[in-house]
Design a binder for this molecule. Structure first.
Ligand SMILES: Nc1ncnc2c1ncn2[C@@H]1O[C@H](COP(=O)(O)OP(=O)(O)O)[C@@H](O)[C@H]1O
Ligand SMILES: [Mg+2]
Length: 257
C-alpha cells in the first residue's frame, strides 16, 4: 500500500471577475514509505495548489488524498508542510521557531526540546540556537524552516521549492545537505521544484507536470542508489552519463508539453 496516494485531483479557482481558472486537472501520483519523490513543473502549473490540497488546507473539486490507505481529503495533521515562503517568526529565535509545532500541539515540550537541540547540530545551526531570523543567512533561514518542518514529526514531508530564493552556490550546498539529512531521517518526501537538476540529484523518482492546468505527464526513476550524499555536487554524480541522459530526457519532456 502506498504511503501517500493522490487520486485524480482537480481544482479550479474563481477569478474576481467570476471567470474560473483551472489549476489542476486529474493529478494522480503515489509515494512508497521512505521514498524521496520530486515534481518538476513550470511556474504557475499548480504545484503549490497541489501541496495545499495534500496538506488539507484547500479542498479539491474532485479526487482524493489517501495516507496509508485512509481517505484524508480535506483533513489537516497528516503531513509536515514547508511552504514556499520563509515563514519564520521574526520575534522567535532558531530554537523557538523549531519548537513552534510541538508548543502548539502541547506535545511533550521538554522531550522535543531535547530532540530539537540534537537536530540543530545535524542542521548545521550549532551556535545559532538563540539567534533571530534577521541574524541568519538565507541558507540558514531555510535550514531553520526545514528543522521546524521536521519538528512537526509527521512521517510525510512536503517541501515547496525550499531553495528557490537562494544563490547557486548556497543552493548546491543545501541540496547536498538535504540529501544527507534525508539519508539519516528516511521520511517520505514530496519535493516541488522547477529545477530539473535539483529534482534528479535529490530524488528516487521524478514526476513531470504540464503547464496550467497541471497534470502529470510522465515519470522517471533515477538510476542512483539511496546513499549518494557522500558524492556531493563536485563529485561524479551530475557528470555521470546516466545523470546527463536523464536530465536531457526530462528537459525534453518539459519542452514538448
Ligand atoms: N487563491 C487563488 N485564487 C485564484 N487563483 C489562484 C489562487 N492560487 C493560485 N491561483 C492560480 O492557480 C495557478 C496555479 O498556482 P500555484 O499553485 O501557485 O502554481 P505553482 O506553485 O506551480 O507556481 C496560477 O495560475 C495561479 O495564478
Ligand atoms: Mg508555487
Amino acid at each position: 500500500m502506498p504511503h501517500l496516494e493522490i487520486v485524480n485531483v482537480s481544482k479550479s479557482y474563481m477569478r474576481r471577475n467570476g471567470e474560473p481558472v483551472k489549476a489542476l486537472s486529474g493529478v494522480s501520483l503515489s509515494l512508497e514509505k521512505g521514498e524521496f519523490v520530486s515534481i518538476v513543473g513550470p511556474s504557475g502549473c499548480g504545484k503549490t495548489t497541489l501541496f495545499d490540497i495534500i496538506a488539507g488546507l484547500t479542498q479539491p473539486d474532485s479526487g482524493a488524498i489517501f495516507v496509508n490507505g485512509h481517505d484524508r481529503t480535506g483533513q489537516t495533521g497528516y503531513v509536515s508542510y514547508m511552504p514556499q515562503e520563509d515563514l519564520l517568526l521574526p520575534w522567535r529565535t532558531t530554537l523557538e521557531n523549531a519548537m513552534l509545532a510541538p508548543e502548539l500541539n502541547r506535545s511533550a515540550v521538554q522531550e522535543t526540546r531535547i530532540e530539537a537541540r540534537r537536530l540543530i547540530d545535524l542542521f548545521g545551526l550549532s551556535g545559532f540556537e538563540d539567534s533571530y531570523p534577521f541574524e541568519l543567512s538565507g541558507g540558514m533561514r531555510q535550514r531553520v524552516a526545514l528543522l521546524r518542518t521536521v519538528m512537526c514529526r509527521k512521517d510525510i514531508m512536503l517541501l515547496d521549492e525550499p531553495f528557490g530564493a537562494l544563490d547557486a552556490i548556497t543552493r548546491h550546498q543545501m541540496q547536498a545537505w538535504l540529501r544527507l539529512v534525508w539519508e539519516r531521517l528516511r521520511t517520505t518526501v514530496l519535493f516541488v521544484t522547477h529545477d530539473v537538476e535539483e529534482a534528479i540529484y535529490l530524488s528516487d523518482r521524478v514526476y513531470v507536470m504540464s503547464p496550467r492546468p497541471g497534470r502529470i505527464v510522465c515519470q522517471y526513476s533515477v538510476p542512483f542508489g539511496p546513499d549518494r550524499s557522500g558524492i556531493g555536487w563536485s563529485g561524479s554524480i551530475i557528470s555521470a552519463p546516466e545523470f546527463v541522459a536523464l536530465r536531457a530526457q526530462v528537459m525534453e519532456a518539459l519542452a514538448s508539453i
